[in-house]
Design a protein around this ligand. Structure first.
Ligand code: PD2
Ligand code: ZN
Length: 287
């Protein structure tokens, strides 16, 4: 390895060496150890490794014709905290998956917040629509047999408080969020597996993207738990998240492509009723 120890400058040769090590199957820790042994500070070595491999993966993705990756919301999980400070509430971190990025939160909402959201939403429910990417409008979708409604962003004190909490939790501006959507699933109702980003190949997508760009993350909050069924499933990684009241599942997708493995659905409710609130986060300000 050819290093300039004095300035600790990460040269193209060093980046090439890092990629070669990764391709030869050496893990991150052993690569960092080798760099530290030859005089690099650990911080510089870790940064060089991360940025080099990220850049390498991105250029490979672009060469395969994938859409470019963009920044996404991300909770502060660096030191494996059991709880996160979401401003007005301490939220539990129950489960973390790196790829796809999926985080299960506990106690994001208080029971009375769940009840109030349901009470405010109930009289406004209608058969759920999905965005019609062919036209940019909305349509009834046979894959989605729930009933739903949207709150305006900041529509009332409760909604505003929850939106502020989410913004703090996942470190993403409130203004980049769509209005909260509340969904009600009775027995048998489900939401078949889908992606939440807008398909770049569909003709209506450019119109949709004018309002805040792509969706880059989703937070599904469970407001009322069914007795059986109704989990949120991620078929590509064989994961099912139990719809426990007050808990939530967060997932992000840095490009609008199945390679993110963020295919997900709402499993059929087998007994009882399921209520959720979904917050979709966009790349930019959503107006
Ligand atoms: O209800 C769910 O678990 C679910 C599943 C898939 C919600 C959504 N997607 C969504 O609101 O996007
Ligand atoms: Zn979804």
């Amino acid at each position: 390895m050819n290093t300039t120890r004095a300035r600790q400058q990460v040269t193209p040769d060093l980046r090439k060496w890092i990629v070669e090590q990764a391709q030869a199957g050496h893990g991150a820790e052993s690569v960092v150890r080798a760099m530290v042994a030859s005089g690099w500070s650990e911080d510089v070595a870790v940064e060089a490794l991360e940025s080099t491999l990220r850049g390498h993966l991105e250029s490979q993705a672009l060469a395969r014709g994938l859409p470019p990756a963009v920044p996404v919301p991300e909770p502060e999980l660096d030191e494996s905290p059991l709880y996160l400070d979401a401003g007005d509430r301490r939220v539990a971190v129950l489960q973390v998956m790196a790829d796809p990025r999926i985080v299960v939160f506990g106690d994001l909402l208080a029971d009375d917040e769940c009840e109030q959201l349901i009470a405010l939403a109930r009289p406004r429910l209608a058969r759920s629509l999905t965005v019609a990417t062919r036209t940019g409008g909305e349509e009834v979708n046979a894959d989605r047999t729930s009933q739903g409604m949207f709150f305006q962003r900041g529509e009332n004190d409760l909604v505003r408080r929850i939106e502020q909490r989410i913004a703090r939790l996942v470190r993403w501006p409130e203004e980049h969020g769509e209005g909260l959507q509340v969904l009600h699933y009775g027995p048998g109702a489900e939401y078949k597996p889908h992606y939440d980003y807008f398909d770049p190949g569909e003709p209506g997508t450019p119109t949709i993207l004018q309002r805040g760009g792509q969706r880059v993350a989703t937070l599904v909050m469970y407001l009322a738990e069914p007795e059986k069924g109704g989990g949120t499933v991620f078929p590509d990684v064989h994961l099912e998240v139990a719809p426990r009241r007050g808990n939530a599942v967060f997932f992000s997708y840095e490009r609008p492509h199945p390679s993110t493995r963020t295919l997900h659905g709402g499993a059929p409710v087998l007994a009882g009723e399921k209520w959720i609130a979904t917050k979709w986060l966009r790349e930019r300000r959503f107006e």
